[in-house]
Every structure is written in C-alpha cells, then in structure tokens.
Design a protein around this ligand. Structure first.
Ligand SMILES: [Zn+2]
Length: 428
C-alpha cells in the first residue's frame, strides 16, 4: 500500500512545500519504515516543515491489508456528500472572514432533530431564518408581484401571516397551542422559535411546528389553487400527520439494551476482560492504557504507552482499544471481552464496515484482532468511567513517548489499590 501515492506530483498536491532530501517522484511508501510498518519520523521531519511533518505523523498506518482509497475526512463514513462539502466550505469561509459560529448552532440542531416529518423540519428551518417566500419576499424579488396576504390583502410578512392575520388566528385560537402564539410570538421569527424551544415541552413544540406548517400549506393552496379547508380541520389534519409520523418512527431513540455498568464486573468464566482507556496529553499526544483480568478478578497484565500527535478523543479511544487487543494477542491471552467507557466506540465497532474513515479502519483492525484471539467481537461492552478505573490509571501513566511499558502477573504498585477495589466491588 501507499506505493502508488505520489507525494508531490499530484495536482493539486496535498503538500505545498518543495521536496528536500528525497526525490520529487517519491511515494508515500518511501516515508514508511518497512521494518516496523510505521512512519520514519526522522525522515518525515527532515523532509517537511514541522506542521506538515506533525500532520503526516498523526496519520495512522494500518498494516498492509487495507487497500488505499480516497477518503473524505469531513463526513463520518468517508464519503463525500453535498451537505458535508457545504459545511466544510462554510466553516472555512467563516474562519477566513473571521466570523465566529453564532450561538444559533443549538437552535439549528434543535430544528433538525425535531420529531416531525423531514419536510416540516425543512419548513421550520426556513421559518426560523425568515426566508419563506411570503408576499413581502416575493414582491422584493419582482415588483410586479403583490406583497398582499392571500386572505386579507394586508402586507404579508411571516409575522403577519402566522400571528396577525385574522384567518390564521381562527386556525390556532381556542386550540391548546394558542399560548405559543400569543405569549411567545415575536416579529423576529428566530427569537420566536428560540422562546418556544426554551419554554415549551418538545411535545408542544412539535405540535406547534406542525400547526405552522399546516397554515403555510393552506396559505399556498389559497394562493395557487384556491383550495380551502375549514379552519378546525387544518389543525386536525396536521395533528393526524404528526401522530402517523410518530407511530412509524418508533421510540425516540433506540433505547440502549441496558444502562452501562457503573462498576467493574468480572467476565464470564473462561473469558478474560480487557479494559482500555485513553487520555489526551495537551498539545503533545495521547496516553493509552490497557488492563487484563480473568473471571476471578485476578490481574493478568497491564500496559501503558504514550503516542505523539494531536488525536481527537474518538480516535484516541479506538487506538487504546487496538493497543489493548494487540497486547493480549502478543501474550497469547484468548477469549477476550473488550470493555471501554466510550459508547461511541462501542457503537462504531458494531457497524465499522460502513465507516470509511480512519476510526473505521482501526475498528475493523480491532475486530479482526479479536477474531484472531478467539474472542467474540459481539461481546464488546460499555462501562461507565467509574467501572474503567484501572485502564484509566494506565492511560495516565507517564511513560516515555512511544515506549510501551508492560506488567505481567502482578500489577504495578500504582495500580494495586484499584485492582483490589474493583475485585471487592465486583463481588458485591
Ligand atoms: Zn392576512
């Protein structure tokens, strides 16, 4: 792998500095030490300016079994989508212009995660941005169009249509959502939405959103087809659509099978539990920790290592799990039960085939290593941090950079108390 990837001669080149020390047609493979299958750090630092060298060294190398492929790093599954491209562009644009992401991020997230049909969410997004094509907006674009409300001919703004218009008042007045209009209504649509989100339960919010959408739909019908439902029926129909949607969606989120354990528990007989954890060492790298114990709570092995590079939490957790499984394999421990305190890692391991990012690659490697040790990849468990104390301590061990420390048979002094404590609480 990497033998076909040219460093400089691809247009546009990913590396902007001119080549030094190695030929211009060098491939990525040339930067990898074939003995250890890891980056030749000395060479990388010699060839590139420090920030680029550091960026290169943080790219994980995963053996030879994975084929090279292009990955779009700004989406989780490594595939490019217009949405992720737009987000990426917007983030870059805002950074360039010195625009800080506004505090509205929460608002948009709340809108996109509402439990209403997607088209209603989309409508709400436009509503909050005040870009619905009302009369005022239409006339602004083409002066020949009327800015009048199709019901009462007054100037049609969003505020007018949804709050002032005598027709829409007849729709919502007397309903249980009347309060949401009269108490929170605001000429600034975004403020209105914010107030409602802040003050009302999600159930009320969603009903209100459906109602707004139904009013908008009816307004369009009135404008374009002249169709009209009696006002009460508009509310009724909107609520029926919401009810249908909710029933087909099932519970809000797939409820987890069970709450993760708060304490460390012994593995089943015949199994070995492997706990792993990671921590970020500010501006420097990450610490990885792993602890192996048997079904009687006996200590078998522990290891710690610090790796340089600005890894993110998720990546660090995955690398820690990989570190632990490798350790177990190396010392011939079999039938492992991997346990971590990161629910996202557990989730990613369960669907790693779909994730074509760096984290996905590591997850697949963890699973294949687990299989090599006769472990059931399905027995990966999630534990609360309080139950992952031993691995946590190992991850905080200040080892020398890139040097692994391993303890076999008896735990290091700094781990004894935690191992004892786990053993006591696990038998409670
Ligand atoms: Zn009107």
């Amino acid at each position: 792998m990497h033998s076909k990837l040219l460093i400089w001669t691809i247009e546009p080149s990913f590396v902007t500095s001119a080549p030094t020390h190695i030929p211009v047609d060098s491939t990525v493979r040339d930067l990898i030490d074939p003995e250890t299958d890891s980056w030749d750090a000395g060479l990388v630092y010699a060839c590139f300016p420090i920030p680029i060298a550091q960026a290169i060294l943080t790219i994980p190398l995963r053996g030879r079994e994975e084929q090279d492929r292009l990955v779009w790093r700004h989406s989780e599954d490594g595939r490019y989508t217009v949405k992720s491209g737009y987000r990426r562009w917007l983030a870059g644009f805002m950074q360039e212009k010195g625009i800080r992401p506004s505090g509205d991020a929460k608002l948009w997230k709340a809108i996109w995660t509402m439990r209403v049909p997607p088209k209603v969410r989309h409508f709400m997004w436009k509503f909050a941005r005040a870009i619905l094509p009302t009369g005022v907006k239409a006339a602004g674009r083409n002066p020949r169009w009327s800015d009048g409300c199709p019901f009462c001919s007054q100037t049609e703004t969003q505020y007018h249509l949804f709050l002032e218009c005598s027709w829409s008042c007849r729709v919502w007045r007397g309903t249980v959502w009347e309060r949401v209009f009269t108490e929170h209504g605001d000429t600034c649509s975004m403020k209105w939405v914010e107030k409602v989100l802040k003050k009302e339960s999600s159930d009320v919010v969603e009903s209100w959103v459906m109602l707004l959408w139904a009013v908008w739909k009816e307004r369009n019908a009135q404008l374009f087809n002249g169709l009209k439902w009696p006002e009460q029926e508009i509310v009724q129909r909107a609520m029926t659509i919401l009810e249908d949607y909710r029933q087909n969606q099932g519970p809000e989120e797939a409820a987890p099978d069970s709450q993760p354990e708060r304490r460390w528990t012994r593995p089943m007989e015949g199994y070995i539990k492997l706990n792993t954890d990671a921590r970020i060492v500010a501006n420097e790298g990450i610490g990885l920790g792993a602890v192996l114990r048997d079904h009687q709570g006996r200590f078998l092995a522990a290891a710690a290592k610090r790796v340089r590079g600005p890894y993110e939490v998720e990546m660090a957790e995955a690398l820690a799990a990989e570190f632990g499984v490798q350790l177990a394999g190396q010392f011939r421990f079999r039938r492992l039960q991997l346990e971590v305190d990161s629910s996202t890692l557990v989730e990613k391991l369960s669907r790693s085939q779909e994730i074509h990012s760096e984290v996905g690659t590591i997850c697949r490697r963890i699973l294949s290593l687990l299989q090599e040790t006769d472990s059931n990849p399905r027995s990966i468990t999630h534990v609360r941090r309080t139950g992952n104390g031993a691995a946590h301590i190992m991850a905080h061990r200040e080892t020398q950079w890139d040097n692994r420390e391993v303890w076999l048979e008896s735990p290091p002094i700094f781990l004894i108390d935690q191992v004892r404590l786990d053993d006591v609480t696990s038998s409670l």
